[in-house]
Design a protein around this ligand. Structure first.
Ligand code: FAD
Length: 597
């Protein structure tokens, strides 16, 4: 093993300057490993360790506690026994941290989750690869919340089922790179923010020390536990899982890229969606989609989120809490387009203070990958001339996968944008072939996919079933959470639907006050003629859990009295739904809101 002297430098700190060193973790003579923390820096947002890019023995320190450092300053000299990226002694943040993370990341095994945007890759494990022809009463393409639910329900109804998945791990986007990992990271963000918020109320913690690798490891463990559970459930139900990329060869045959074929009586297409791409985006590891962003690889100092929709804003919340300076650029003049503006307002107030900038009515017209970062050129009302970011998250929506399956060979119609038209039984124009989830019309949500899945499986098994849900709830798991169900005021106004609205402010909720969160509210919309609940929106912590009650009220045709007279536990945030109903009925005593009607 050869050694040679290298200078280790402070990585790219974005536009942070004069950042204080609060701890030096090594001294001359210490042996350090790649990724071992060398010093701890503290910005006004968080403290973070700078890991070693090389293995070797520390020769001399060039810094001490209390020093203020900038990108490129020399930290120490090292007799390196291993060189990671290049012979250069000045290594950029992104390259350094990439190398470190690569060294620290276990080689993907068949049980590890996909880490990139789903695309067929050589990692796919296929079993068997013999050019064999299988047959099934029902074959399901895709193992996301749509596909696995359909397969399991059909098996429970007695069908012999094959589930085909192109990746080695089942669970689809939702479990592997969507709902579940994002919520694990959002939980971490909430803990950080809640802890910081308590400082004003007499409970002070130190600034958080973020170990991005450990956090990523925990998130991956959560995912692995769930996907492992799914594999078990498939076994218990005797659902055969075959790994491979499936395409139609005819109305009753699929072919896999392994050379296998599957003959089927019924097929459910549940192949989901993929992140939409921004044309002209350079190919650079610092530009990621949501899948890349979930890897925290590495934590950037300064990040631009392109797209102010739910997925982008959830990830913005995560990165902001972890200490990154976040900017958001959105083409339209609102965040979370389609959501009632009053629901978004409390969230906007919070992020206006926290984020570096929120650029509405603005678009990205160019990106250039340069050594210091990604140079982004903007155009629009609120456009800065040009900015440089360490990371750019492209989050401009998702595109359905319906047009990637050779559906024409089965005679199945596919609309523009990869959407497959279906009836209420989830049947395509070819009645024994069904389609569900993100690749059929409607919101791209896991709970919609799984409901459609049950309908398709039941119809395939000969049952009379239809998708007749009145509403599909939507939730942004931002902080505060924003949730709505049924008719929105935006849609009511657009459609000329007459409604009445009541709003209960959380500033009058004992539970909200005791959580230190009085910015939210609960609103209900009522049908003017019948008095029934037809919509609702909630903003505040746990809004996503609370909205289920409003959904149930709509499905059951409940009116304000039904909700108001249902005893809600005190003190809870759920009371705010009852209070909003009582306000409509004129029976509310917790606030003075005289009946208007
Ligand atoms: C970051 C992020 C956060 C999200 N958070 C939420 C949330 O909080 N709540 C929510 O409801 N939704 C959320 N979503 C959306 C949710 O993940 C999707 O709506 C849901 O996964 C759709 O389920 P699906 O079964 O239709 O498809 P998918 O989950 O996309 O699964 C499709 C599967 O089909 C496989 N496949 C595709 N083509 C083939 C082929 N030719 N052969 C074999 N297999 C194939 C894919 O590999 C994939 O595993 C989130 C999405 C993202 C990206």
């Amino acid at each position: 093993m050869t050694t040679h002297q290298v200078e280790l430098v402070i990585p790219n700190l974005g536009d942070f300057s004069d950042v204080e060193i609060i701890e030096v973790l090594v001294e001359p003579g210490d042996e350090v490993a790649i990724e071992e923390s060398l010093i701890t820096l503290e910005t006004d947002k968080a403290s973070m360790d700078v890991p070693s890019t090389h293995a070797g023995k520390v020769r001399a320190l060039k810094i001490k506690v209390g020093d203020k450092v900038n990108s490129g300053d020399v930290m120490l000299t090292l007799d390196a026994t291993e060189l990671v990226e290049s012979e250069s002694t000045v290594v950029l943040d992104i390259e350094v941290q990439k190398a470190i993370l690569a060294a620290a990341t276990p080689t993907p095994t068949p049980t590890s989750a996909p880490t990139q945007t789903p695309t067929p890759t050589a990692e796919v494990v296929r079993e068997p690869q013999t050019g064999e022809t299988h047959s099934a009463q029902l074959v399901v393409i895709g193992s996301g919340p749509g596909g696995y639910t359909a397969a399991f329900r059909a098996a429970d109804l007695g069908l012999q089922v094959i589930l085909v998945e192109r990746y080695p791990v089942i669970g689809g986007v939702c479990l592997n790179v969507g709902c579940i990992p994002s919520k694990a990271l959002l939980h971490a963000a909430r803990v950080i923010d809640d802890a910081a918020a308590m400082a004003d109320h007499g409970v002070r913690f130190g600034k958080p020390k973020i170990d991005a690798l450990a956090l990523r490891g925990w998130k991956n463990k959560v995912v692995a536990r769930l996907t492992g559970g799914l594999t078990q459930l498939a076994k218990q139900r005797k659902v055969t899982v075959i790994h491979g990329v499936a395409k139609f060869a005819s109305p009753n045959r699929l072919v896999l890229d392994s050379g296998d074929a599957i003959d089927f009586e019924h097929c459910i297409i549940a192949a989901g969606s993929e992140s939409a791409e921004l044309p002209g985006t350079p190919d650079d590891p610092r530009i990621v989609d949501s899948t890349g962003a979930l890897e925290l690889d590495p934590l950037p100092m300064r990040m631009l989120v392109v797209g102010g929709g739910i997925i982008g804003l959830e990830l913005a919340c995560v990165y902001s809490a972890l200490g990154t300076k976040v900017s958001v650029v959105e083409l339209t003049d609102v965040l979370m387009p389609g959501t009632d503006p009053d629901l978004v307002r409390p969230f906007r107030k919070i992020i206006d203070k926290r984020y570096e900038s929120i650029m509405l009515d603005t678009k990205v017209i160019g990106m250039l990958a340069t050594v210091p970062g990604i140079e982004v050129v903007f155009e629009g009302k609120n456009a800065p001339a040009q900015e440089v970011y360490d990371r750019v998250l492209i989050s401009i929506g998702r595109r359905a996968n319906g047009d990637k399956l050779d559906c024409e060979k089965a005679g199945v119609n596919v609309d523009q944008g990869g959407i497959i038209p279906v009836n209420k039984q989830m049947q395509t124009n070819v009645p024994h072939i069904f389609a569900i989830g993100d690749l059929v019309a409607g919101p791209m949500l896991a709970h919609k996919a799984s409901h459609e899945a049950k309908v398709a499986a039941e119809v395939a098994a000969g049952q009379k079933s239809a998708f007749d849900a009145r509403t599909i709830p939507s939730v942004a798991y931002t902080d505060p959470e924003i949730a709505w169900v049924g008719l929105t005021e935006t849609d009511a106004k657009r459609g000329g639907i007459s409604y009445e609205e009541t709003k209960f402010p959380w500033a009058a909720s004992g539970r909200a006050l005791s959580l230190g969160r009085d910015e939210g509210f609960t609103k209900l919309l009522f049908d003017k003629a019948t008095g029934r609940v037809i919509g609702g929106g909630i903003v505040g912590p746990n809004a996503g859990d609370l909205i289920a009650e409003v959904g149930l009220a709509i499905e059951m045709g409940a009116d304000a009295t039904d909700i108001g007279r249902t005893i809600h536990p005190h003190p809870t945030l759920s009371e705010t739904i009852a209070f909003a109903a009582e306000a409509y009925d004129g029976t509310l005593t917790d606030l003075y809101m005289p009946k208007k009607r």
